[in-house]
Design a protein around this ligand. Structure first.
Ligand code: GDD
Ligand code: MN
Length: 349
């Protein structure tokens, strides 16, 4: 499927090269779905003509809707087959690579990423600045969205998937990076890579502007399981303090207030982790057993935090406040890892 917006000089060469590449690899049975969001440069007319000449070319023109990620989702839903390749119209994604992507799907991979950063891949004619921005964006994804670590190029717009085995987002993510969302939603999927050289545009202009960077950052923040976990932990702390304060004001003993505060924060965290933090995963077991396990991981977090804070102060002579802060970070990490890999671990298969 190919999203288009003002790509008049490119669609016909793309069609010819794609067709030649597929046919020479012995594939006659394919469909090229274009999703256009109201191009005004003649793109639509050219695709219409192609679709009249070749029944395998299909055109969807959307009006009122815009956006690359949602256009791709629409194209996937219009396509008839289970093997889907997503690529740009401007020939920066070489059509000659498409058979390799399909072969990997045929071997049983669920998602195949054409990667600029795999060995043998690269970019042509990029300024140092653009390279730095792109690498920085990949590193951010690596840190914030651990599900992307299965590929060297989570921001690629050139990828293939097996629709039968891959869960797609209900709502399009903001911005350009549908692949990132697909990787996040399918932590158990088998991912392969095919290196390619990202060429320069044949004709026309890029639509990726400054807004796309902002959209990307918003997308990352929403897609990041560790960040969601931290945000929920923050709300839990506030509930903890409120309940603690309420218990004290009603004259409860200090110990009871402390425990009630912790338990209230923990319960509210638990509900939010179920409904929000890990809602994209399918995890096993009953809610009661997860709640029991979450008590263990939270307690382990406090234990780790205690040991770190105490050791840094007593053994290493660090400032107690700084030690306590580092203890909080260590405890948070321990709790996150146990929750993510234990309590709410993705079921395999
Ligand atoms: N239907 C539709 N609607 N198509 C769009 C829209 C839209 O709102 N915006 C862009 N497109 C189409 C373009 O016509 C092109 O075929 C493709 O999406 C990519 O747009 P470009 O403007 O060429 O993006 P780029 O080359 O800067 O970015 C590409 O490379 C990045 C890697 O650096 C994209 O593939 C990105 O997804 C990718 O991350
Ligand atoms: Mn492009």
């Amino acid at each position: 499927m190919v999203p288009t917006l003002d790509e008049a000089p490119n669609v016909e060469p793309l069609y010819s090269r794609l067709r030649a590449s597929l046919e020479s690899s012995g594939r006659d049975c394919f469909e090229i779905v274009f999703v256009d969001d109201g191009s005004t440069d003649g793109t639509i007319e050219i695709i219409k003509r192609l679709s009249e000449e070749d029944g395998r070319v299909k055109l969807v023109v959307r009006s009122g809707e815009r956006g690359l990620a949602s256009a791709i989702l629409r194209g996937i839903s219009e396509a008839g087959s289970s093997y889907i390749v997503v690529m740009d119209a401007d020939l920066q994604h070489p059509p000659e690579k498409v058979p390799e992507l399909l072969e990997a799907l045929e071997k049983g991979y669920d998602i195949v990423v054409a990667s600029r950063y795999a060995r043998g891949g690269g970019v042509e004619g990029w300024s140092r600045l653009r390279l730095i921005i792109s690498l920085g964006a990949s590193v951010l994804a690596w840190i914030l969205v651990p599900e992307t670590r299965r590929t060297s190029d989570p921001m690629s717009g050139f990828f293939a998937l097996n629709r039968e085995r891959v869960k797609l987002p209900q709502k399009p993510p903001p911005g350009f990076k549908l692949l990132l969302e697909v990787l996040r939603l399918n932590p158990q999927a088998r991912v392969a890579e095919v290196p390619y050289i990202f060429g320069s545009r044949l004709g026309g202009r890029s639509k990726l502007g400054f807004n796309a960077i902002i959209d990307y950052l918003i997308h990352l923040a929403m897609a990041s399981t560790p960040l969601r976990f931290a945000a929920v932990g923050f709300t839990g702390t506030i509930i903890n303090l409120l309940v603690f304060y309420a218990f004290l004001s009603f004259g409860a003993p200090l110990d009871a207030a402390i425990l009630a505060g912790f338990e209230a924060g923990l319960l509210s965290n638990f509900v939010l982790h179920e409904k929000f933090t890990f809602s994209h995963r399918s995890y096993g077991g009953s809610a009661i057993s997860r709640l029991a396990k979450y008590h263990v991981s939270s307690a382990a977090g406090i234990g780790v935090g205690f040991i770190v804070s105490r050791t840094l102060t007593t053994v290493m002579g660090l400032d107690p406040l700084l030690s306590q802060l580092l203890g909080v970070i260590a405890g948070f990490t321990a709790n996150y890892l146990l929750s993510s890999r234990g309590v709410w671990a993705q079921k395999s298969g």
